[in-house]
Design a protein around this ligand. Structure first.
Ligand code: NAD
Ligand code: 89V
Length: 342
């Protein structure tokens, strides 16, 4: 049984703890948070007695195999490097770091220490996304040449995550990052990107609308768009909708997890709704299931000495897209990924 420690017991970490309780082959034996209240609540809810306010003290005292960092981005580099210095495998929540240079430094530190590193980029692990990927891989709609990954909502994310209203960067860094990763997952890495961003909500500091055009090479292009300023007739948070066109047909992932595949003159409709895990609650169940799935993937990868799908190295390509989007919007030009990923 792998022994893990969780750093950060806030809003989202509760999902991690549920996921770890379900995971086969790993358990969380110690937790850490600077907030005594959050530490107490998480410790009591999950029956974890080893509680620390200081990560360095926890890593010095506990016998561990891995560390799961579920704090917000400003602390990721220091905590990941601390864990690597103890020879521990590292999971780091998204966004990987505040800036690309820090993300690259984390990858370098883990490489130097020879420890596995995974970014907890869970959206591609949502079961509807996995089912879409399987249809594409089976070749049912032929060669894919166009896609759209879309997340448009007016859900109040700020009540659960107040820091989202305070940063200079908002939707691309926090939510667009997932949509960009899904675009990479389904359509391949991007060669260049062009983007426009905008703030609609006057009560927040960062942008809440983004429109991005990705060139995936070989004539494959996608639109990735996200908004927290879009009042739909039915609020779909936190669903990501997809449109994918291929040489033999089309795939659509519409509202309420309904997938439509049209190929060779025939259309089939498939309900790809995620399961409601016993500890999950709507509308978050889609995300909650993906937390359990990515954490099981991590355990399996450590066990089989495989690189996780969203390893640090892999996630640099998603994180660089975030940087490229801000650069493109600021300078009003297309940004080539080679400018950032040399
Ligand atoms: P939060 O502020 O609710 O929780 C963070 C916790 O970390 C706090 O309790 C804080 O006291 C603690 N902390 C910060 N620095 C620390 C340190 N050095 N040592 C010990 N404790 C420390 O934030 P959150 O909403 O839970 O978000 C955490 C991360 O999860 C963010 O990076 C966010 O982007 C990510 N997130 C991901 C998803 C997803 O679906 N993948 C959803 C929500 C949040
Ligand atoms: O996934 C996230 O990082 C969350 C949310 C889905 C609310 O945007 O912040």
């Amino acid at each position: 049984m792998l022994r893990g420690a969780l750093i950060g017991c806030g809003f989202f970490a509760i999902n991690h703890l549920h996921g770890w309780r379900d995971a086969r082959g790993a358990e969380i034996v110690a937790i850490c948070d600077r907030s005594p209240e959050r530490l107490r609540l998480a410790g009591e809810q999950f029956g974890i007695a080893a509680r620390y306010s200081d990560a360095a003290e926890m890593l010095a005292r506990e016998a561990l195999d891995f560390v799961d960092i579920a704090t917000t981005a400003p602390s990721h580099r220091a905590l990941a490097e601390l864990a690597a210095s103890h020879g521990l495998a590292v999971i780091c929540q998204k966004p990987f770091a505040p800036i690309l240079a820090d993300a690259k430094a984390i990858v370098a530190s883990c490489d130097k220490a020879g420890v596995p590193l995974m970014v907890h980029e869970n959206f591609r692990w949502q079961s509807p996304m996995q089912k879409v990927k399987a249809v594409l891989q089976a070749g049912e709609i032929g060669e894919v040449f166009w896609g759209r990954v879309s997340f448009r909502s007016a859900y109040d994310v700020f009540s659960g995550q107040p820091y989202l209203a305070e940063g200079e960067r908002f939707i691309v860094e926090d939510l667009g990052i997932h949509a960009l990763d899904i675009a990479r997952f389904l359509l391949g890495d991007a060669l260049n990107v062009s983007a426009r961003i905008k703030r609609v909500n006057p009560r927040i500091r960062g942008e809440d609308v983004a429109t991005m055009l990705l060139d995936h090479g070989n004539g494959v292009a996608s639109i990735v768009d996200c908004s927290y300023a879009t009042q739909n007739e039915t609020e779909l948070f936190p669903q990501t909708l997809l449109e994918i066109d291929g040489s033999k047909g089309t795939l659509r992932l519409g509202a309420n997890y309904q997938m439509t595949v049209t190929a060779s003159g025939k259309t089939r409709h498939v309900d790809v709704s995620p399961p409601l895990l016993p500890w999950a609650s709507r509308p978050w169940h889609n995300i909650q299931e993906s937390v359990a799935l990515i954490q099981q993937h991590w355990v399996d990868c450590l066990d089989q000495k495989r690189e996780p799908q969203t390893s640090g190295r892999d996630n640099l390509k998603t994180f660089a897209l975030v940087e490229a989007v801000y650069l493109s919007a600021r300078e009003g030009r297309t940004v080539h990924m080679s400018e950032l990923l040399t």
